[in-house]
Design a protein around this ligand. Structure first.
Ligand code: ZN
Length: 213
């Protein structure tokens, strides 16, 4: 099921609560530093694949996100250094079992069962980053069965792509082919068996997946 481009992926960092309106819709506080969690690379799903509805939860939510691929190892010290670490970008889905996550959050437990399950990271095709597209002004949409559910504007991120690279670098040495899911805008909602989900951006492309039993 995995294409070559997915097999080469190193780690997957995911950023939570990076848009104020999304933090508010889940009644979360605005973070003073990025909320970070991880998914294993085996969670990735190439476009046009079927995604099996997980058996261990009932509220499968779409979270459309800009995704960055790191192109070199190191720890960027500032915004201009961070720019050199960006190899490519695309859109992805941080699929989340919201009911499972709420239960884990209430008990103060880790989120892996809610966020890092099989097929939880559908990923579009890469666009090589050459600086010609401004990652701080990208618009993207998430549609379910043709109906728009999320409209993203990366200008509304609490922590920009470049800031995220610097912040992650304070904790981890970044490695080539690490991915960063940069957080989702407001409008997250449930998916059902039979749904088709499509994420699109003018400068990136349009990618779809179907939800099956
Ligand atoms: Zn997310």
């Amino acid at each position: 099921m995995c294409s070559d481009s997915l097999d080469k992926v190193n780690r997957i960092f995911c950023i939570g609560r990076n848009y104020a309106a999304h933090a508010a819709e889940l009644k979360n506080e605005i973070p003073s530093s990025p909320v970070v969690f991880m998914k294993p690379p085996h969670c990735l799903v190439a476009p046009n694949q079927a995604i099996a509805f997980p058996k261990h939860g009932s509220e499968l939510h779409h979270e459309a996100e800009l995704v960055i691929k790191v192109g070199q190892a190191g720890r960027p010290q500032n915004i201009s250094e961070a720019d050199k670490f960006i190899e490519a970008f695309t859109l992805g889905l941080d699929l989340t079992l919201r009911d499972v996550q709420q239960g884990l959050k209430q008990k103060g437990l880790p989120w892996e069962k809610a966020k890092a399950f099989e097929q939880s990271a559908p990923l579009g095709n890469w666009v090589v980053y050459d600086g010609s597209v401004n990652l701080n002004t990208l618009h993207f949409t998430c549609e379910v069965n043709g109906e728009t559910k999320q409209q993203g504007d990366t200008g509304l991120m609490l922590f920009s792509v470049h800031t995220l690279l610097v912040e992650l670098g304070k904790i981890w040495t970044l490695r080539k082919s690490d991915l960063i899911f940069t957080g989702t805008p407001a409008g997250v909602g449930p998916l059902a068996i039979g749904d088709t989900i499509t994420i699109s951006s003018e400068h990136i492309g349009s990618f779809s997946w179907s939800i099956v039993e």
